[in-house]
Design a protein around this ligand. Structure first.
Ligand SMILES: [Zn+2]
Ligand SMILES: [Zn+2]
Ligand SMILES: [Zn+2]
Length: 387
C-alpha cells in the first residue's frame, strides 16, 4: 500500500508522512549506513512539524513522540544501537527537545528591524512562486506590511541573552554596571530613579506577507508605550524603510547606498538623459534595479511594500492621512485592517440583543432608559432587569 501510494504520486515525497517513514527507516538502519546530520534539510516538512509540536505542547510532547530512545546512554546512545534495539526504544524518528530549541530563532529583546529575518524572507520567497514584478535586472516581490501593537505587562526582567535587565524604554537594556551603581546608592535615590524611568507597556510587531499569502513572517518589533502622536508612527515608518533595501545590499551591509529613485526621472515621469546613458530601462523606482546592483550588473532582488495594514488607532490614522504628503513617492497604500475595523465599528449598542415576540430588543438601551428614569438607583428592580 505504501509502495502504491508513493509510486502513483498520491503520497508526495514532500509529505510529512513520507519524510517520517524515510527518517525512521534510515535511523533504524543507521548502524549499517550512517545517516546524514542535515536532518532539517533532508526532512523540511517533518522538521517544521516537530517545531510546531514542541511550541504548542512543550518538550514533554517531543519526548513522548520520540519514545525513550537512547535516554541515559550518553550522547552516542542512539547511534550505537542495532536496528532491533533502535525500533524497540523509539515510537517515531524525531529530534531531541534540545535540538529543536536550538533551531528556534533568537529572541527579539530590543526594538528594531531584524535584518536576518528580512533576508530569510527573501530566501523563503525565492523558494516559492510568489507574485513578483519582473523587469530587466530586477525582481520585486509584492508584499503587504502589517503592524499591530499588543499590551505587555510592565516589569523588569534579567535576560541572559543580552546580559542585562530589560523592560525599560530607555535604556532598553540596563547593563550590570548601572545595576551596581544603583546598588551603591541609597534606597530612596534608587526608587526615585526607577520612578522616573518609563517601562515598556506595548510591543508592536511588524509582519511581512507576500501578496499571495504564501510567505509570511515577523521582521521587527518595537517596544514602547501608548504615548505620543503621529510623529511616533512616522519614526516607526522611517525605521521600517530598511525593508525596501535589496537583498544584495542587505547581505553586503550597504544599506545606505541602496537607492532606486532618480529625482530627474521622477519629476519628469520618463527616463532622464543620465539614466538612459547609464543603461536604465525604466524611470519608475519600483521597476528599476538599485544603483549598486545596476553597477555590478546583477539581478536586484527586492521587496515592494504595496500596502501597510494596521489597527486604526488614533495616531496611526493621523499618520496615514499624512503619509502621501510626507512621502510623496511611497507605493504603500495605508489600510486599516478589517478585524480592527470591525472592532472599532462595534460598540456597546451592538451588544446584548434579545429576540422577544418577533422583535429584536437591545438590552443595553432598555437598561439605559431604566437607569435614567429609575430615581431609586440600582435597586432590586434594575437588578431584576439585568439578570
Ligand atoms: Zn541595493
Ligand atoms: Zn534619471
Ligand atoms: Zn539591488
Amino acid at each position: 500500500m505504501f509502495w502504491y501510494l508513493v509510486k502513483s504520486g498520491l503520497l508526495p515525497k514532500e509529505h510529512i508522512f513520507y519524510e517520517e517513514v524515510k527518517a525512521f527507516c534510515s535511523r533504524a538502519l543507521s548502524c549499517f549506513s550512517p545517516v546524514s546530520q542535515a536532518f532539517s534539510q533532508d526532512f523540511p516538512a517533518f522538521t517544521s512539524w516537530l517545531q510546531s509540536n514542541q511550541f504548542l505542547h512543550g518538550k514533554g510532547a517531543t519526548h513522548f513522540f520520540n519514545g525513550i530512545g537512547g535516554h541515559g546512554q550518553g550522547h552516542l546512545g542512539d547511534v550505537n544501537m542495532s536496528p532491533a534495539e533502535w525500533i524497540q526504544s523509539h515510537n517515531f524518528a524525531g529530534l531531541s527537545p534540545r535540538t529543536i530549541s536550538a533551531m528556534n530563532s533568537t529572541l527579539h529583546l530590543t526594538s528594531g528591524v531584524r535584518i536576518d529575518d528580512v533576508c530569510q524572507m527573501f530566501f523563503s520567497l525565492q523558494g516559492t512562486s510568489a507574485i513578483s514584478l519582473k523587469r530587466q535586472g530586477v525582481v520585486g516581490y509584492l508584499i503587504a506590511t502589517a503592524s499591530d501593537a499588543m499590551a505587555i505587562k510592565p516589569g523588569l526582567q534579567f535576560s541572559p541573552q543580552v546580559n542585562g535587565i530589560i523592560g525599560l524604554s530607555d535604556p532598553p537594556v540596563m547593563l550590570p554596571e548601572k545595576v551596581r551603581e544603583l546598588l551603591a546608592k541609597l534606597d530612596t535615590e534608587t526608587s526615585i530613579y526607577l520612578q522616573t524611568c518609563k517601562l515598556n507597556t506595548q510591543a508592536l510587531e511588524v509582519h511581512l506577507t507576500s501578496m499571495d499569502d504564501r510567505v509570511s513572517r515577523p521582521v521587527a518589533v518595537f517596544y514602547g508605550g501608548s504615548r505620543g502622536g503621529w510623529q511616533v508612527v512616522q519614526e516607526l515608518h522611517k525605521s521600517l524603510s530598511v525593508i525596501d533595501v535589496c537583498e544584495a545590499c542587505l547581505l553586503e551591509k550597504r544599506i545606505d547606498e541602496c537607492s532606486y529613485r532618480c529625482q530627474d526621472c521622477w519629476s519628469s515621469n520618463s527616463l532622464c538623459e543620465n539614466c538612459l546613458q547609464a543603461g536604465f530601462k525604466e524611470w519608475h523606482p519600483a521597476a528599476r534595479p538599485c544603483s549598486v546592483c545596476h553597477e555590478k550588473k546583477q539581478v536586484c532582488s527586492r521587496l515592494l511594500q504595496l500596502s501597510w495594514c494596521s489597527d486604526c488607532e488614533a495616531r496611526q490614522k493621523a499618520f496615514m492621512e499624512r503619509l502621501f504628503n510626507l512621502f510623496p513617492d511611497t507605493f504603500q497604500f495605508p489600510m486599516p485592517d478589517p478585524p480592527h475595523n470591525f472592532k472599532s465599528v462595534r460598540s456597546s449598542v451592538f451588544w446584548y440583543w434579545l429576540f422577544l415576540d418577533e422583535r429584536l430588543i437591545n438590552v443595553r438601551i432598555i437598561l439605559a432608559v431604566l437607569f435614567a428614569h429609575e430615581t431609586r438607583g440600582s435597586n432590586a428592580y434594575s437588578t431584576r432587569v439585568r439578570n
